[in-house]
Design a protein around this ligand. Sequence first.
Ligand SMILES: [Fe+2]
Length: 365
Amino acid sequence: MEMSGYMPVRLYTGAGCVQAHASELRGLGSKPLVVTGRTSARVSGALKDVVTAVDGPYALFDEIGQNPLLTDCMRAAELAVQEHCDYVIGIGGGSPLDAAKAIAVLAGNPGMTQEVLYSLKWPKKPLPVAAVGTTAGTGSEVTKVAVITVPEGRKKSFHHEDIFPKIALGDPRYTFSLSRDFTASTAIDALAHATESFFSRLANELSQLYALQAVALLMPELKKVLEQEDLTAEDREILYNASIYGGLAINITGTCLPHAMGYLLTEQHGLPHGYACAMFLPEFIRINGAEVPELVQRYFAEIGVSEAEWMDIVNGLLQKIHVEITEEEIEREHGRWINNGSIKKGWGDIAPEACDEILRRISRS
Ligand SMILES: [Fe+2]
């Protein structure tokens, strides 16, 4: 099997990595715009560490919500321009990190419209971005993808090599303060990334190596989360590293059906992103079992967990999720599954009618 990949991010993980690499962070420019959510960057201690590392003037935009809005990114970019910021530091989980990437493009091109942003025809290069991870799920630290909610209410992604962070800093201690539920939702997002990547038609030897490593690390940890065991510092580090492996995998392949369909459950039913995507994982495994059984066999053999045990863990974590999807909604969203690039990246010819059927199967009150 062939190999291919490109990941130009200077990556450091481990306790104290922000302090240890402060000069590299500062070296990105003279004044950063620091982009965070409303609380996690402060609670985790990451904001304090970043401010200490910057050791000079900075501007702060701390209003990025879950599923970051393009309108907020535009406001943040205006602030960056006003404050003469020349680089962006995102601190957080996927939302602030993806927002930081979009803000870097918008701040580098003042007044840019949504249309031009998504056309990828940017007159000027984005500002440099640094990504400081505070959750173990997204893997956004090492990808060229940003998923932003546009004013029509849809989650819409763009991919561009110029938005790879220049530096990613992942101190697993920042994840210690996360609740069990949040930990589960983000870890299962990482599982979805790795699993979707493994079963992508675009997978290659390198992406599958990353994907299998992510899943092998994640399954025992997900079991501990399901069984409500306390997570140690070592568990937190394993979860963080697994999320990076998942990011490295999707950086090569992108995601498939569970993410494509999961966006709907977040937009319309408010489900956290990880749970929303994972709702489709058991169906995704079943589809692959029919289409590429040898690949499914290899997946379970290499992660050291049987299919039955995998299903027990994933279904156990999803047990409390109830999403009722009406026929009206299924009909309304039908067009979304026609020629859907992410769905087509998976094995099998999944017709839009089959997607309707999947929605009926996962619906439960
Ligand atoms: Fe995701």
